[in-house]
Design a protein around this ligand. Structure first.
Ligand code: ZN
Length: 309
């Protein structure tokens, strides 16, 4: 057996933020709360719940504070919120007791960053460094996310060194976790293997998290490649919720239940109930009223004692 492969990993469920944000319909607040409570019962210890992006920009998440207030998940679940800028952080800190982890972000590619947040990477990083210090001084965990880490739909190749330089700046400012996002699904397993080998080597003492999108069906292969070089932290979205604006109509994050199924079948522990995750995904499917693209939501867990052949 590969001795770099972790025997246990953590999975942060990001569907309530990354997923709901990118779905065409706005999920009613009561349904969001019911689904997040269901995720809590499935065993997640980390859930990305809300964002402090301006509600006119992302109306799907305008009810974030109400959701944070009303959810009922076990007390040891770390609730994450996404913070786009210092103004968003001001708003988040008003309700500081409602969450545990704050995620800040930048795109590794200049063009993607400009299109996403209308700032240069340098401008975003200057603000991010100030935010990271404020977040940690509040006693909150600061996680940083680097979007388009594996390629940019506008610029193409993104230099690995550039991505890791940004990661080191985040770590120096206080981020204890760096997530690398394959925002539009451009990564491939061979590159992921090289990428995470280098990232884990350079970011010692920092939690290195893989965030893959299944835009081109390679999400699980990429997760496997990251696992095999020692990555032990993943993000995914139940039901494979979340589209992606580029290319239009694409699927979003890898499905949590497919990722959990793969890990469990490999003997890698997640601490999650696969049946519980599938149940949550099926509830989400019922709420949205259309078939979601995850595989395990249809197939269910592998049953080794089945009489079917
Ligand atoms: Zn994502």
């Amino acid at each position: 057996m590969n001795n770099l492969r972790p025997s246990r990993v953590t999975i942060r469920e990001v569907g309530p933020r990354d997923g709901f944000q990118n779905e065409p319909e706005t999920v009613p607040t009561d349904d969001k709360i019911r689904l997040i409570n269901s995720l809590g019962r499935a065993g997640f210890k980390r859930i990305e719940i809300a964002s402090f992006v301006r509600p006119d920009v992302i109306p799907q998440l305008a009810d974030g504070v109400e959701v944070l207030r009303r959810i009922d998940v076990p007390s040891d679940v770390a609730k994450m919120v996404l913070i786009p800028n210092s103004k968003g952080l001001d708003n988040a800190l008003v309700v500081r007791d409602l969450f545990d982890e704050a995620a800040i972000f930048v795109s590794a590619s200049e063009t993607h960053n400009k299109k996403n947040v209308n700032r240069t990477v340098a401008e975003s990083m200057a603000d991010n460094e100030v935010m990271a210090r404020r977040i940690t001084s509040e006693g909150l965990t600061c996680a940083a996310v680097i979007a388009t880490s594996f390629g940019c739909p506008y610029e193409g190749h993104v230099e690995l060194g550039r991505v890791l330089d940004l990661a080191e700046r985040f770590a120096a400012a206080g981020a204890t976790e760096i997530g690398f996002g394959d925002t539009t699904g451009m990564a491939n397993p061979a590159y992921v293997s090289d990428f995470f080998t280098a990232a884990l080597d350079r970011l010692k003492g920092v939690e290195v998290t893989a965030h893959f999108h299944n835009t081109r069906g390679q999400g699980l292969a990429n997760a496997f490649a990251a696992l095999e070089v020692g990555c032990a932290s993943f993000e995914s979205s139940f039901g494979e919720l979340g589209g992606c604006p580029v290319p239009a109509g694409s699927t979003g994050n890898i499905a949590t239940e497919d990722l959990v199924s793969m890990f469990h079948e490999m003997g890698v522990e997640t601490g999650l109930s696969l049946a519980g995750v599938i149940e949550s995904a099926r509830e989400a499917q019922a709420v949205l009223g259309r078939k979601l693209t995850s595989h395990s939501i249809t197939a269910g867990p592998v049953e080794w004692n089945s009489t079917l052949v």
